[in-house]
Write a protein that binds this ligand. Structure first.
Ligand code: 2BA
Length: 108
């Protein structure tokens, strides 16, 4: 068994989780925050059999699109305008996916 941990854009999370659920996957959504942009994203947890991982990844690939997001300038109180205080665009991937081995899963 595997645990798929997928960090996705908030805008894609609803479609992706609905599509996964429609195909019989069990999904948990966590509200998370990226450490670089410091904006909200969504982490989907999907526990599934090894044979189903490929299909789950296909669904994530279909519904999670790459986009550019603006990185807000770091707070620089009193620093005035410099290169670090200008907004910059960052390419954010459709989904960052970790696939972990699961030793055991219990439902009680
Ligand atoms: P953030 O940490 O907010 O990162 C957003 C985007 O900023 C990243 O997109 C990447 O293009 C850029 N970025 C992140 N850290 C950077 C750094 N230290 N230097 C330069 N550019 C940087 P993605 O790579 O597609 O990541 C999207 C989100 O997925 C991340 O949001 C983070 O929440 C998560 N993530 C990505 N890689 C991860 C990892 N290795 N471990 C844990 N979380 C990860």
């Amino acid at each position: 068994m595997k645990l798929i941990l997928a960090i996705v854009n908030n805008d894609d999370s609803q479609c992706a989780s609905s599509a996964l659920t429609r195909e019989g996957f069990f999904v948990t959504k966590l509200s998370t925050t990226g450490g670089f942009l410091l904006v909200g994203n969504t982490t989907l947890l999907v526990g599934t059999e090894d044979s189903q991982v490929k299909r789950a990844v296909e669904i994530l690939r279909k519904y999670c699109v790459t986009r550019n997001q603006v990185k807000k300038p770091d707070a620089a109180y009193g620093a005035g305008m410099n290169n670090y205080s200008l907004p910059e665009e960052v390419a954010v991937g459709g989904a960052t996916v970790f696939i972990l081995n699961v030793e055991d899963m219990l439902k009680m």
